[in-house]
Design a protein around this ligand. Structure first.
Ligand code: HC0
Ligand code: SF4
Length: 567
């Protein structure tokens, strides 16, 4: 028999790992802070309590379902226990809710409302601790922590880092960066994944909206937006659309209404990156040096290599990330094109990524005190700015990117999916090596959800071996296997965030179980709407080489588009 009775209704078990999953299948969303299906079970928040006849009250997340169990999800006692739990959290919580950065998506607020908590019966014992503002990407407010440990498990189980963890016991228990240091002083790579799972305002991305408003309202400043690929399939979620809805046109209309002078597509720079990086890879391959070639476009991955695998720095591509290529190119080229002095041109990048805030501040990308990218805001921040301006996103008529830097091929757009960089590089290198037009555009072999994927392609009598990784713990596993001689590759793509940039730390929090798949599919759909699909066919990128950059990998390209990370 495989039947469990939930609130007296029969439910068939189908391999669910715990009662919470089985109950969710029946359409009941039990409250929880600490249960995340991608992470290990911790069972601390005591909100997902259920009563099992003959056994009493248990945590459903840590109880496996058994045939014949009779389970009740909202008895009077359970409802009261849940309310008490929430009230205890609130008594220990800095409840400055209207001004909290997570106010629009706080699980503590949501649950307090959902569970009918209308008063807190316990006296506050909160002793305020200082806010940790030391990171360029995230803010940590210990006064809002509910000790669910989701951040610590995300950082160690998915990213393999452990930059934050539990410390102390009993009343003093806290989740802290290692050795009592600040978050900006430990090996945090700024990926922001902990801010996605944090149910309250204890971990938030660091906003930069005020600086952008200033630039937009200053008449002397020419402000351009550089929009990363993955923003277009998530910004709509902030305005009630389903995950993965492609809302490029409305986003561009909103940016124009906000006052941006030009709106450009980072996918243009991604096409440029593919040409530079694909050429660099082919050179390394024929010389047999610095292989495997590791991608370098994910700033969290680059920082991870610097901290934990410095011997691999030389294997990273010398290409700057598309965003940083774009910043350097725009700051160099735009003043001539629009006849405005360089110091009055401000580049604002709009990205799904919190680590891009760190990347833009790296000394490699600042010249004479002026950064190539002036400000970095995430999808979440763009959504807030659109709301603050009162712009009715859903009613906007779509607009287009501006030329020439808004022109891209689908190869540049799919960069935002895990495997997208590899697929773009394949479209470029396979055609170059075979010297004839590609027979097929889609390299479905490199797509998929698995955290470590591999694919080989035979070309001109030799085989090129690719690996695609997302999540830094997976990267660590792959590096260990390569070092042990258990596998060998020519080209390895690494993105820190699970499934790539579509799930970056600056994307809106989405509680729909398959939101990552929907965004991935959305980005492929967005690509299909383009006319051109190979980076080498991007006519605007080619014109840029002819009129201005010179040769691929040449002196000007080296100066603007490449860098060297040092240990
Ligand atoms: Fe990504 Fe990128 S694809 S890292 O996720 O390579 O942020 O979207 O902009 O730079 O293009 C982020 C997204 C980018 C860069 C591109 C790459
Ligand atoms: Fe860990 Fe990423 Fe959070 Fe830093 S930003 S603490 S690396 S999960």
């Amino acid at each position: 028999d495989t039947t469990v009775y939930i609130n007296n209704r029969p439910v068939v078990m189908e391999g669910e790992r715990n009662l919470l999953e089985l109950i969710r299948k029946t359409g009941i969303d039990l409250p929880t802070f600490c249960y995340q299906s991608d992470l290990s079970v911790y069972g601390s928040c005591r909100l997902c309590l259920v009563e099992i006849e003959g056994r009493g009250i248990v945590g459903s997340c840590s109880t496996p379902p058994e045939a014949g169990m009779r389970v009740h999800t909202h008895t009077e006692e359970i409802r009261e226990l849940r309310k008490i739990a929430i009230e205890l959290f609130l008594a220990n919580h800095d409840s400055n809710c209207p001004t909290c950065l997570k106010s629009d998506d706080c699980q503590l607020q949501n649950l307090a409302r959902r569970l009918g908590v209308d008063a807190v019966r316990f006296q506050s014992v909160l002793v305020k601790k200082p806010i940790d503002n030391s990171s360029p990407a995230i803010i940590r407010d210990p006064n809002k922590c509910v000790l669910c440990g989701d951040c610590a498990r995300m950082c160690s189980e998915i990213q393999g880092i452990g930059a934050i963890d539990f410390a102390h016991r009993g009343h003093d228990a806290a989740v802290l960066p290692a050795f009592g240091k600040k978050i900006g002083e430990v090996e945090c790579v700024n990926c922001g994944q902990c801010t996605i799972v944090c149910p309250t305002g204890s971990l938030c991305l660091k906003p930069e909206m005020e600086e952008v408003w200033k630039s937009l309202t200053d008449k002397q400043t020419y402000t351009v937006a550089a929009i990363a690929p993955a923003v277009r399939v998530a910004i709509g979620e902030i305005f009630g659309m389903e995950a993965g809805a492609v809302s490029t046109g409305q986003m561009l209309a909103a940016l124009k209404l906000l006052g941006f002078d030009q709106v450009y597509d980072v996918s243009f720079a991604a096409d440029l990156t593919t040409i530079e990086e694909g050429s660099e890879f082919l050179e390394r391959r024929s010389a047999g040096v610095r292989l495997p070639h590791f991608t370098s476009c994910c700033p969290a991955w680059v920082k991870y290599v610097e901290h934990f695998h410095p011997h691999l720095i030389g294997n990273l591509s010398t290409c700057k990330s598309p965003l940083q290529m774009f910043g350097a190119l725009l700051k160099d080229r735009l003043p001539d094109l629009v006849q405005i002095p360089r110091e009055r041109v401000k580049v604002v990048s709009i990205t799904p990524c919190t680590a891009k805030k760190f990347e833009a501040k790296r000394p490699e990308f600042t010249h004479d005190g002026i950064p190539d990218i002036d400000h970095v805001i995430t999808t979440i921040e763009l959504g807030r700015m659109i709301k603050a301006a009162g712009i009715q996103f859903n009613d906007l008529s779509p607009e287009s990117f501006d030329m020439p830097f808004g022109f891209s091929t689908s190869a540049g757009v799919i960069f935002g999916n895990s495997g997208g960089v590899t697929e773009a590089v394949l479209r470029f290198t396979m055609e170059k090596l075979s010297n004839k037009p590609l027979a097929k555009l889609d390299f479905v072999e490199v797509r998929g959800e698995s955290g470590i994927r591999e694919a080989s392609f035979d070309i001109g009598g030799s085989t090129i071996r690719f690996a695609i990784v997302h999540g830094l713990k997976n990267a660590k596993m792959l590096i260990t296997k390569i070092a042990a001689g258990k596998c060998a590759y020519d080209f390895v793509e690494v993105m820190a965030c699970p499934q790539g940039c579509i799930n970056g730390g600056g994307q809106p929090v989405n509680h729909v179980y398959n939101y990552k798949q929907l965004r991935t599919r959305g980005l492929f759909t967005a690509g299909k709407m383009f006319h051109l699909h190979k980076p080498q066919d991007n006519i605007m990128v080619n014109e840029c080489y002819q009129q201005y950059l010179g040769d691929v990998g040449g002196a000007k390209a080296q100066q603007l588009l490449h860098t060297h990370y040092k240990n």
